[in-house]
Design a protein around this ligand. Structure first.
Ligand code: SF4
Length: 415
């Protein structure tokens, strides 16, 4: 389905397998079975998952507002929260999914939610998860004593927070930066290393970049070492964004290219858009204050956390941002792909990385491509590639246990 077709998708359509894993069947689903979301719904640089889905904070610019099977979970109070999996089931999901490898892979918890709404569940996850993988906990609400006590003693836990600079022209989140900064100070004063704190600054645009610069100065004063920054994204999976409201609250600043969706995506209308002026201001402030900054998360995970990453993204090499991909014996890639259930016909080295030719009936999704690239710390491209799995691709996932187990009833869903 092209993006244009997809924009017209209805409020009860399921457009692909990732969409189903993300939110399950949407309200009003006419089919016989209601399907639950999966504990982890995608694997890019990290495994994105949740124990509880939904968020009472309700930022105006939250991605999940524009997705038909998550819209009811955002900003709807506690009644919007959905229990997805027990911590034990989530751990089992990872351990049974062939694409997951302990020690190599990063877990991202509260990807469709906020960690503040599931402190107890995350604590239990950490307690029973026996592997050395880092666990990034997304948590916009200010960190407090409870989080410190629950996660501070586990060196795998990374305290992650998104700070959205607030200005009279940009009011998008009820969570305000001064409280967030106070929470971060609390962590540092309690002895949590700045290496275990990951701040995302954004979404940024011309309406809040001046406040963003002040936030950078404050973080540097606290002796933070790095941060990631990001622009604005808008999507549509069956729910059209309220553009008037986004303009009124300053998220859309009038200077963005609102039609700059990357090709191949079914969700994004505009992805991580940042003007050159805004980016320059961020880079200057970071450099003046001795803070390392990351535009993309690949360099964050590799350079700040020492984790292996794929050098391919969306079936292209990312050597422009990540540097040169490494050399590997193609036989090793072939063996790994066969283990995953593929039948590669050939693998040859190209300027962009190792190009795998699959038979016409086999497709490598981005979940697979990023796993293989990460396994060999190189760039692996495919003749047949898709960013998100289709519902048909989930059959391949199930047959080969790439993600496993899939939510009950998944096979009954037709797009
Ligand atoms: S805190 Fe995160 S998950 Fe919650 S509404 Fe805001 S953007 Fe969405």
């Amino acid at each position: 389905m092209s993006f244009e077709d997809f924009s017209a998708a209805g409020a009860t359509d399921i457009v692909n397998g990732e969409h189903l894993l993300l939110g399950g069947t949407p309200p009003g689903w006419k089919g016989e079975y209601q399907v639950c979301p999966a504990p982890f719904y995608k694997r890019r640089y990290t495994w994105d998952g949740d124990l509880i889905m939904g968020c009472t904070i309700g930022c105006d610019f939250c991605y999940y507002r524009w997705i038909n099977n998550s819209v009811d979970t955002i900003g709807k109070g506690k009644r919007g929260l959905r229990k997805i999996a027990t911590p034990r089931r989530a751990v089992q999901f990872l351990e049974q999914s062939k694409l997951f490898k302990a020690g190599r892979d990063i877990i991202m918890l509260a990807a469709r939610s906020d960690g503040s709404m599931q402190v107890q569940e995350i604590t239990e996850f950490l307690r029973i998860f026996p592997h050395e993988s880092p666990v990034f906990i997304l948590h916009r609400a200010p960190f407090g004593e409870r989080q410190l006590e629950s996660w501070g003693g586990d060196s795998r836990a990374v305290f992650c927070t998104t700070i959205t600079p607030d200005s009279p022209e940009f009011r998008g989140s009820p969570v305000k930066p001064p409280q967030q900064i106070a929470g971060l100070k609390r962590l540092i004063e309690a002895g949590i290393s700045a290496r275990r704190i990951s701040v995302m600054l954004g979404p940024l645009n011309s309406n809040n970049v001046a406040e963003g610069v002040k936030t950078i100065e404050e973080l540097a004063e606290m002796d933070m070492k790095f941060l990631t920054y990001r622009g604005c994204s808008v999507g549509n999976l069956g729910i059209a964004p309220e553009n008037d409201k986004l303009r009124e609250t300053g998220f859309l600043d009038g200077g963005q290219d609102e039609k700059s969706s990357p090709s191949g995506h079914q969700y994004y209308k505009m992805k991580n858009w940042l003007s050159a002026e805004v980016e320059e201001a961020v880079l200057r402030a970071a450099s003046d204050n001795g803070l390392r900054v990351h535009r993309h998360t690949g360099t964050l995970y590799r350079d700040e956390f020492g984790m292996p990453i794929a050098y391919n993204r969306n079936n292209r090499s990312r050597s422009g941002e990540l540097g040169q991909w490494g050399k590997v014996n193609p036989d090793r890639i072939e063996k790994y792909l066969i283990w995953l259930g593929y039948h590669p016909r050939s693998i040859r080295e190209t300027e962009e990385g190792y190009l795998v030719e699959l038979p016409p009936n086999e497709v490598a999704t981005e979940d697979v491509a990023m796993t293989v690239g990460c396994e060999f710390r190189t760039s692996v491209l495919f003749n047949n590639h898709r960013i998100a799995p289709t519902l048909g691709d989930l059959k391949f996932y199930a047959k080969n246990h790439l993600f496993w187990p899939l939510p009950k009833g998944w096979e009954t869903i037709k797009g």
